[in-house]
Design a protein around this ligand. Structure first.
Ligand code: PGA
Length: 253
């Protein structure tokens, strides 16, 4: 049985103290009222990881970074390596987020280096893919997603897949308030699962969790999570309020 997962990407929000307060609230609600069948992951900014990691109960809430460097170590001013993230207690790292691809020009070559370094340094990977509005409107979304995955995670050996979570995040739905319809989400998730099956076989396809991301909130999560191939969510805006975030965790039937 594949895992149900809700991950919160805090992006570049919150001072350290605000982050600590949010983590304490999420940790409390996770213990008190969150669905025990759902894995909860929070991804605060780099500088919060060490402190936040000490505050959360790791049996209930796991810790992710939002990015890592594409090099192991050395003269790369301002970068943070996968090994450093592991050393402060990160369990996961998000790689391939559309904001990293768009604003920091991260292409598949860079993303592959990051995936490899993350896995080599004991981190699990939440890998994002998704099309922009123009690609969807010109009916290229299947092709775009296939290429994004074929040139990155599908180059990995099967053995790595217990450390891989995929996330489908249509760029036109991120932070825009426009959510993919449950049918649109299911259609793409099913397509991604069929690609995993083509590359690695049905068993692995059935075991790999695929999250939806893009304006997911407590009010629409139930409909999205009700689909057979949607295994949870990667949440941005709504992950910044503990009640909303745990409301989304509790949106599985
Ligand atoms: P959003 O962001 O929920 O604010 O749309 C999702 C994401 O970028 O992961």
């Amino acid at each position: 049985m594949r895992k149900k997962i809700v991950a919160g990407n805090w992006k570049m929000n919150n001072t350290l103290q605000e982050g600590i307060d949010l983590a304490i609230d999420i940790n409390k609600l996770a213990a008190e009222k969150a669905d025990k069948n759902v894995d909860i992951i929070i991804a605060p900014p780099y500088i919060h990881l060490s402190e936040v990691g000490k505050l959360i109960d790791r049996d209930r809430v796991l810790l992710s970074a939002q990015n890592c460097a594409a090099e192991q170590k050395g003269a790369f001013t301002g970068e943070v390596s996968a090994e450093m993230l592991w050393s402060v207690g990160a369990d996961y790292v998000i790689i391939g987020h559309s904001e990293r691809r768009a604003y920091y020009h991260e292409d598949n070559t860079i993303l592959n280096k990051k995936i490899k370094l993350a896995l080599d340094n004991n981190l699990k990977v939440i890998f994002c893919c998704g099309e922009n509005l123009e690609q969807r409107e010109s009916n290229k979304h299947f092709e775009v997603i296939k290429k994004q995955l074929s040139e990155t995670v599908f180059t990995l050996a099967k053995e790595y897949y217990d450390s891989i979570i995929l996330a489908y995040e249509p760029i036109w739905a991120i932070g825009t308030g426009k959510t993919a319809s449950p049918e649109q989400a299911q259609e793409i998730h099913k397509f991604i699962r069929s690609l995993i099956a083509e590359n690695y076989g049905d068993n692995l396809a059935n075991e790999t969790s695929i999250l939806y991301g893009g304006s997911c909130k407590p009010s629409n999560a139930k409909q999205i999570f009700a689909n057979a191939d949607v295994d949870g969510g990667l949440i941005g805006g709504a992950a910044l309020k503990a009640e909303d975030f745990i409301g989304i965790v509790n949106s599985f039937k």
